[in-house]
Design a protein around this ligand. Sequence first.
Ligand code: FPP
Length: 248
Amino acid sequence: MDLVRETPDEEITAENLPPDKVPTHVAVIMDGNGRWARQRGLPRIAGHRAGTENLREILRACVEFGVKILTIYAFSTENWGRPEEEVQELMSILRDVIDCELDELHQEGVQLRHLGDLSKVEEELRHKIYHAIDLTKNNDRLILNVAFNYGGRAEIIHAIREIVEHGYKPEEITEELVSHYLYTGDLPDPDLIIRTSGELRLSNFLIWQSAYAEYYFPEVYWPDFNRQELYKALLHYAQRDRRFGLIE
Ligand code: FPP
């Protein structure tokens, strides 16, 4: 299959993806919003808004193509260091998504989960997040993990603290136990991690869970990562030979 060639629209269908090679869990570092905005002479926040709008298309496409879990990196523990105005705008975006999109997400069968530490998030927003999680907890069409005030190292420290608090003995510490106490809990690890905008870094995202993930780094900025781009990513993934350390 020639992956360089653009796939014509009519060929972008779930039927054209090998069904046994669609990743169950896709995780995305939605990078390039700021550069997308700068290219257009717009403020950075316009890029974040465009990126949020793009999420709708990608959520729909995930359901269409058979992806069961989508994890998005929406706000990292390092993002607090951005200018206060941008931090507040990112908080507002999450607030607006919950206020305006929650009913539809619920009707569409999306289960919302949160990865990260909400203790630093303002109380009203925190309660909105808890409400959204509780409302959608029985949905099973697509799990959407929103990593918000998330950092991979902080997540591992949090898991270690939980394990110590629960009084486990050294010989009881296993990979399964550590995984269980991560924010992703008993969800399967991501099969495919996508970082848009051409940057080749993991930036503290799912550092434990990504041990055997496949990576895909498209050049496009996140607001331009559309259904066709996701399809291309899934085609690339389908061609990978995952061996998990074995030889065949
Ligand atoms: C990286 O682009 C993007 C972010 C730090 C935030 C991404 C957030 C959204 C798309 C909205 C999130 C949606 C929800 C549900 C809260 P960048 O700003 O680093 O771009 P740059 O590298 O081009 O400057």
